[in-house]
Design a protein around this ligand. Structure first.
Ligand code: HEC
Ligand code: HEC
Length: 207
């Protein structure tokens, strides 16, 4: 793809979900998120709180809705997801989710550091075979499929989420259509070593 088309695509992914979403109100609401996710939404590994600034607003809003509904972070979920579900319920109305997501999309920060050891060469094979169809060849995500950007995420978070999908802590709720899709895919990876390999490969895709 020519660079200009890539740039237009990247800009579209960062657009608010609706034209009237208000990043200024989102900035005020985001004040209650900073303690865990950081002022630039860079995340905090010590709190298991992920980076958010690489994600499309539509994905952020969608996940907040799932946390509110107990589809993510409900029964069977781990402590970190339960904690986040409690916080999501403090956002008063649906527009608050979209405004916060629109604000997060305006934030930039330095790239994630590599912390997971895995065979990235082997991981490339798994990624192209099992993941690229939904997450894109360069892990940029595909909003049409609700599949998030993975490039730019922290490797420790990718690892933790793949483990959560594999063990049913995420994506097992009967109403979690997209989560169940992803849970099936996480289960295709044969063992922990394969999970680490695919995570190491995704981490190598950062710009
Ligand atoms: C007490 C700490 C804490 C606060 C405050 C907090 N979060 Fe979180 N958040 C977390 C943790 C921990 C996770 C990871 C959940 C998991 O492991 O599934 C998370 C996950 C998320 C995710 C999912 C990201 C992904 O890629 O899966 C989104 C979106 C999110 N938080 C948005 C917010 C917003 C918006 C606020 C403020 C309204 C907020 N969080 C406040 C701790 C927090
Ligand atoms: C059929 C399409 C599909 C395939 C194939 C797929 N995924 Fe996903 N993936 C998704 C969707 C949809 C989500 C969002 C799930 C949700 O809504 O909670 C997701 C979420 C994720 C997340 C959570 C990211 C975050 O920030 O919350 C990770 C990590 C992930 N996928 C990794 C992978 C890996 C690695 C592979 C290959 C082994 C893969 N996916 C294959 C559709 C897919």
């Amino acid at each position: 793809m020519p660079a200009r088309i890539l740039l237009i695509a990247a800009t579209l992914f960062a657009l608010p979900v609706h034209a009237l979403d208000d990043p200024a109100r989102g900035k005020e609401l985001y004040a209650s998120c900073i303690a865990c996710h950081g002022a630039s939404a860079q995340g905090d590994a010590a709190l298991a709180a992920p980076r958010l600034n690489h994600l499309a607003p539509v994905y952020i809003a969608d996940q907040l809705q799932k946390f509110q509904a107990g589809i993510r972070g409900g029964e069977g979920a781990g402590d970190s997801a339960r904690q986040m579900a409690a916080i999501a319920n403090t956002l008063a109305d649906e527009q608050a989710l979209y405004d916060t997501a629109a604000y997060i999309a305006t934030l930039d920060s330095t790239p994630a550091a590599a912390t997971v050891e895995g065979n990235a060469d082997q991981g490339r094979g798994y990624y192209q075979q099992y993941c690229a169809a939904c997450h894109g060849p360069a892990a940029g995500g595909n909003p049409a499929l609700n599949s998030p950007r993975l490039a730019g995420s922290d490797d420790w978070y990718l690892l933790a989420q793949l483990e959560a999908f594999r063990t049913g802590g995420r994506g097992a709720h009967p109403d979690d259509r997209t989560g169940r899709q992803m849970r099936a895919m996480a289960g295709v990876l044969p063992d922990d070593q394969a999970v680490a390999a695919v995570v190491a490969y995704i981490a190598s895709l950062q710009p």
